[in-house]
Design a protein around this ligand. Structure first.
Ligand code: RNT
Ligand code: ZN
Length: 414
């Protein structure tokens, strides 16, 4: 395979693309891998069921049941993924081995072993308060809850999450994103939308009141609808867009959280005019589900193109968000993460400057022709070379490794 690389490089050079520069940028762009693909968004509180309008379907054997198993699986997955990786952890994945803590009691000590592990392995760290799968969110509301006591509980949880993130950021000397997503919404049509949104606005102000410094970056994530919140989601796109612009937080765009015909790729250039940064939840919506395993498809390609064309890689964090329990969970991580990277590589291998010059001059014929002609260039050979340089299995080889791990390790987890 690698013999194809010099020729591929030449072909790209002939259209003005510097393959080594593309590889360099890909190498420098971390992907934040979500811990929750490893155990179906279960976490280690060992209480209750997944709730909040998100659902994991499937019962493929071998899911991680303990912190050690999850770490082992995550590590194994990253050994099959080239480039820089970050761990994106939810608060329910705390290390509660030395004592339980309710959501409004979590402290840095519950996450210290994770942060130390990240430091040892060279992973960055990102964090999320978990405002679901809890008694106090069972009726569907958290930060917008009509009851002040319940609201305060979730405000406290989110505040603590930010301070944990800031501490982790200090330890790793690398900014940590704290992404707030809440499930609040209604199955049927509300008559008092404003009250919910007013309370969410206020609660978020309380959550963000304390300055946590530059090593914590706050992001807020909108959604169109969830299971059981089909008619109304308090934290809609307009709500968080407004909130993020006003308060200069980052905005999280989950690719599965919009109407199926809306393109997240088209939103980036608008949003980046007004907020300090964008967190992506690279995902794949299928009908009602927002969280299928990411593929190297048009939606993912065009999101990466938007980042490259707009020069937004510096103030965008690429995170993943999907959960599939119907296939090998490690394979899901590997497929989804590599797919995001392949899309980014393809975007980096486009003759962006030349295309933008054509666009500026009004030669849309040549623009279209050049885009179309570029699609048959051998980007796959560049990807193989990238894997090889990172000492990671190539496209036709990684699955064998996953199957071996499944036979040796996962299959023993009855
Ligand atoms: C839910 C949001 C959110 C979650 C994770 C587990 O619709 O996408 O990001 O998937 O926080
Ligand atoms: Zn998401």
């Amino acid at each position: 395979m690698s013999d194809l690389f010099p020729n591929a490089k030449e072909q790209y050079a002939s259209i003005g693309v510097d393959v080594e520069a593309a590889i360099g940028t890909l190498q420098d762009t971390p992907i934040s891998m979500h811990c929750w693909q490893g155990d179906d968004v279960g976490g280690f509180e060992n209480t209750g069921e997944l709730s909040g309008g998100i659902q994991v379907t499937g019962n493929y054997p071998g899911k991680a049941r303990t912190i050690d198993e999850l770490r082992g699986d995550f590590d194994f997955a990253t050994s099959l993924i080239p480039g820089k990786k970050r761990l994106n952890l939810h608060a329910i994945y705390g290390d509660f081995s030395k004592g339980k803590a309710d959501r409004d009691e979590i402290e840095y000590k519950h996450f210290e072993s994770w942060v130390e592990w990240c430091s040892e392995k060279g992973y960055g760290f990102d964090f999320n308060p978990t405002c679901f799968s809890h008694d106090k969110s069972a009726d569907g509301f958290t930060l917008s809850h009509p009851d002040k006591g319940t609201r305060d509980f979730w405000v406290e949880h989110c505040k603590r999450s930010r301070s944990i993130a800031a501490e982790a950021g200090k330890r790793l000397n690398n900014p940590v994103i704290t992404n707030i997503w809440i499930p609040d919404g209604m199955k049927d049509i509300p008559v008092g939308r404003d009250a919910y949104r007013g309370r969410l606005n206020e609660s978020l102000d309380s959550v963000l009141a304390e300055d946590q410094g530059a090593l914590n970056i706050d992001a807020v994530e909108c959604k169109l609808f969830g299971i059981g919140s089909e008619s109304f989601v308090v934290g809609s796109h307009e709500f968080y867009m407004g909130y993020a612009v006003k308060n200069q937080t980052w905005l999280c765009l989950d690719m599965g959280h919009f109407h199926p015909t809306e393109q997240v790729s088209d939103k980036i250039s608008s949003i980046q005019q007004f907020v300090p940064g964008v967190l992506l939840h690279v995902s794949r919506g299928v009908r009602w589900d927002s969280d299928h395993v990411v593929m190297n498809d048009d939606a993912t390609n065009s999101v990466m193109e938007a980042l490259v064309q707009g020069g937004h890689l510096g103030n965008t964090r690429i995170g993943l968000d999907f959960f599939d329990a119907s296939i090998n969970r490690i394979a899901a991580w590997v497929i989804g993460t590599r797919a995001a990277q392949k899309s980014l590589l393809k975007a980096l291998l486009q003759p962006t400057q030349a295309l933008q010059k054509l666009e500026k001059s009004g030669d849309f014929t040549s623009r279209l022709a050049m885009i179309e002609n570029g699609k048959s260039l051998p980007w796959g050979a560049v990807w193989e070379e990238y894997c090889k340089r990172n000492e990671v299995a190539g496209e036709q080889l990684w699955l064998t490794e996953v199957k071996r791990y499944e036979a040796e390790i996962l299959s023993k987890r009855a």
